[in-house]
Ligand binder design. Structure first.
Ligand SMILES: NC(=O)c1ccc[n+]([C@@H]2O[C@H](COP(=O)([O-])OP(=O)(O)OC[C@H]3O[C@@H](n4cnc5c(N)ncnc54)[C@H](OP(=O)(O)O)[C@@H]3O)[C@@H](O)[C@H]2O)c1
Length: 294
């Protein structure tokens, strides 16, 4: 039995479908089962609740040989570190209590970065905590999700632009969530691995934000430019959207670390995921940006 957290999320949802395609027995932990994909609902065991609740994990983990672990993003958490550690402490205790042998977690690239990196440091702390469970553990150490651009669909459509805080000419490593789900599915089904390791996994491109803009323009068939936003402007925008100071710090520290090269070391040793940015734009971004299609 493979237990999957966040089965309604981008990675978790794609993972469940891949596991079912391989005829695996799957149990999901979900806050609201009604939000599960209809094609999935009748084919999985369902445990209702959140995976930061020990009682929920006590219902989810008996008989589990492997667990997919993902801490839901929560930009409104009072502190990213406490948010990730809150989930991870409960998860590590439950994994140990139920003797789950293998755990695959979604983390961030950049382990070992020497200065605070906000939400990224919180993910590294999560890994250390899960390691305490004694289970074999792989921390999928991934860079910037291509799907983050969904947050900019309106700007892409209406202003022909997308905005990030990184330098226009500094390569930005990316990954498609389908490839994170694919690697997680491989690890969860072939459990011949042991020990606790980070597994850096990066998409195949070396595109700068300007280069990404060029690819987006070509694929969606209209001009899109990259606009760099300063960290100060980003922080002000976040505050105007109601984020409190620590939450703003958690994100701006992470973006500053991106620009200072937190991903560079892992990029040199990473496994290369199959989906390149152009293919992702064609197959995923374009249909979302242009739902009427040609
Ligand atoms: N974005 C990036 O560039 C990036 C890079 C590296 C790592 N990461 C990591 O990737 C993860 C995000 O993965 P994703 O994109 O697949 O997430 P996602 O699509 O935002 O999915 C979030 C999931 O969490 C569930 N959820 C939300 N709040 C919850 C709660 N309190 N208790 C239990 N479940 C809850 C949601 O389910 P319901 O709402 O249906 O309950 C949903 O299934 C984060 O851990 C992030 O740190 C992100």
């Amino acid at each position: 039995m493979i237990v999957v957290t966040t089965p309604t999320g981008r990675i978790g949802g794609q993972l469940v479908r891949r596991l079912l395609d391989r005829d695996e027995d799957v149990r999901v932990v979900v806050r609201d089962p009604a939000r599960l994909d209809g094609t999935v609902r009748g084919r999985v065991e369902i445990v209702g609740g959140s995976h930061d609740d020990p009682a929920v994990l006590d219902r989810a983990l008996p008989g589990a040989s492997a667990l997919f672990w993902l801490v839901p993003p929560n930009p409104r958490a009072s502190s990213a570190a406490e948010h990730y550690l809150g989930f991870a402490r409960v998860g590590a205790d439950a994994v140990a209590r139920h003797g789950v042998g293998h755990v695959v977690g979604v983390s961030s690239a950049g382990h070992g970065w020497p200065t605070p990196a906000g939400v990224l440091s919180a993910a590294f702390a999560m890994d250390a905590e899960l390691g305490r469970s004694g289970a074999a553990y792989r921390a999928l150490s991934v860079p910037f999700f291509m799907e983050n651009l969904f947050g900019q669909l309106d700007a892409i459509r209406e202003q022909g632009a997308f905005h990030l805080t990184g330098a226009a000419d500094r390569p930005l490593p990316t990954i498609a969530t389908r490839d994170i789900a694919g690697t997680a599915a491989d690890l969860l089904t072939d459990r011949s691995w042991s020990g606790q390791e980070d597994l850096p996994l990066f998409g195949p491109d070396r595109l700068t934000p300007d280069g990404m803009a060029e690819v987006i323009s070509q694929e969606i068939g209209r001009p899109v430019a990259y606009h760099r936003m300063s960290l100060d402007d980003f922080a002000s925008l976040s505050r105007s959207r109601g984020l409190h100071d620590q939450a703003v710090r958690d994100v701006t520290e992470a973006f500053a670390a991106h620009d200072d090269g937190i991903y560079d070391k892992d990029w040199t040793i990473a496994h290369t995921a199959p989906t390149d940015f152009r293919t992702w734009c064609r197959e995923v971004l374009k249909p979302a940006a242009d739902p009427q299609g040609p």
